[in-house]
Design a protein around this ligand. Structure first.
Ligand SMILES: CSC[C@H]1O[C@H](OP(=O)(O)O)[C@H](O)[C@@H]1O
Length: 378
């Protein structure tokens, strides 16, 4: 396993270190991650000096979140090329490290295509490796730009709701700077509302079983000075019933052509609650999360994770009898008819229709994919 570097706490508003960075020689080549399994207690870097170490980090959610998985996948291909490893084998291992977030395949494909194009054009191994790294950096930069655009589009959408005293936003899982080249997706919109003085409360679902909300969204909200409150996932219903939620903002891992949205497990129940209580349910995701080659929600592969994530807390007493069978889907799928709007860097689709999504995707220089693993160059 890669060595860990302790990073001193500075108390800064943002994480001390970026969620992911490329390390050049003499330190590298390596993909260096802010290990999200250690947050919020420790801000430690995880140095992935080869692709097997990066694949293990992806599977363990040391690096996570759809947009960041795309960035990690791209840098992983660049790492294999820089090491002189088998790039095709590395790309295959990376693309299949987690099945639901389409961004992972998208990022791997971007860097792989750049490497192949350079090689086909007669470039030697070093030049082809440089081409893959340049494409990974482009994927990284494009995600940062997409994050800023989504924040603007999302804030404008919230502005149309105009609740007295500011927005009370409920969010699920973690969708901030920790999962992005920029400030995130849904949480970037909430942060923009906060900066505009229009955020009254951020309700943070703890998000069992891995607690991305309580551990990571609370960590980011606290550092940004946002008015936030953590809650048990099961408490969300009573907030809706009390009229304490003005909008739900969540991210996505894969959006099918029909507008079905795969996102962290627990998202679908929030969509049902939102519909029952007539609260807008808004998905915020970059176009790299839209997969026109996946026809509908039933076609989305939902990652099933080990049951021990439900029955055990690392370092604590088990929360269930030894050997208790557990059901642990990492995601669920919300049908388009329960989604009020999808906010992307290219604009907002509302209502969510196949044609509306296709129109947003047509604004991207990446057209539909060939095999459901993300959007492709034309
Ligand atoms: C904007 S991140 C998208 C998405 O990724 C998270 O899943 P995980 O923590 O398992 O990587 C969650 O579903 C977020 O909404």
């Amino acid at each position: 396993m890669a060595e860990r570097h302790e990073v001193p706490e500075t108390g800064a508003a943002a994480p001390v270190v970026p969620s992911l960075r490329w390390a050049d020689p003499p330190e590298g080549p390596a993909v260096v991650l802010l290990d999200q399994t250690r947050l919020p207690a420790e801000e430690t870097e995880l140095v992935c000096a080869d692709v097997p170490q990066l694949v293990a980090a992806i599977r363990a959610l040391a690096v996570r979140g759809a947009p960041l998985l795309g960035i990690a996948g791209a840098y992983g291909v660049a790492l294999a090329a820089a090491r002189g490893d088998d790039v095709a084998a590395a790309a295959e291992a990376l693309a299949h490290a987690r099945p639901t977030a389409v961004n992972l395949g998208y990022g791997v494909r971007r860097a792989s295509d750049a490497h192949r194009a350079a090689s086909d054009a007669g470039a030697g191994p070093e030049a082809a490796a440089s081409a893959a790294l340049a494409e990974a950096r482009a994927v990284h930069a494009e995600d940062a730009d997409a994050s800023a655009r989504m924040a603007r589009h999302g804030l404008a959408l919230l502005g149309e709701l105009r609740p007295e005293g500011g927005h009370r936003i409920l969010t699920h899982c973690n969708t901030g700077a920790l999962v992005s080249g920029g400030e995130g997706t849904a949480l970037a919109v909430a942060l923009a509302a906060h900066r505009a003085g229009a955020l009254r409360r951020l309700w943070v679902d703890e998000t069992r079983p891995l607690l991305q909300g309580a551990r990571l969204t609370a960590y980011e909200a606290a550092r940004a000075g946002m008015p936030y409150t953590v809650l048990a996932d099961g408490a969300a219903g009573s907030l809706f019933a009390a009229g304490e939620v003005d909008a739900v903002l969540i991210g996505a891992d894969r959006i099918a052509a029909d507008g079905s949205v795969a996102n962290k497990v627990g998202s679908y129940p929030l969509a049902v609650l939102a519909r029952h209580h007539r609260v807008p349910f808004v998905v915020v995701a970059p176009l790299s999360t839209v997969d026109p080659a996946t026809a509908g929600g039933a076609d989305i592969v939902v990652e099933q994770r080990p049951g021990r994530e439900v029955t055990e807390f690392p370092g604590a007493l088990p929360v269930a009898p030894a050997g208790a069978p557990a059901y642990n889907p990492a995601f669920d799928v919300t049908p388009a008819e329960l989604v009020t709007a999808i906010v992307t860097e290219a604009g907002v689709a509302s209502p969510v229709t196949r044609d509306g999504l296709a129109k947003l995707c047509s604004t991207s220089r990446w057209s539909t994919s060939r095999s459901g693993n993300g959007m492709m160059a034309e």
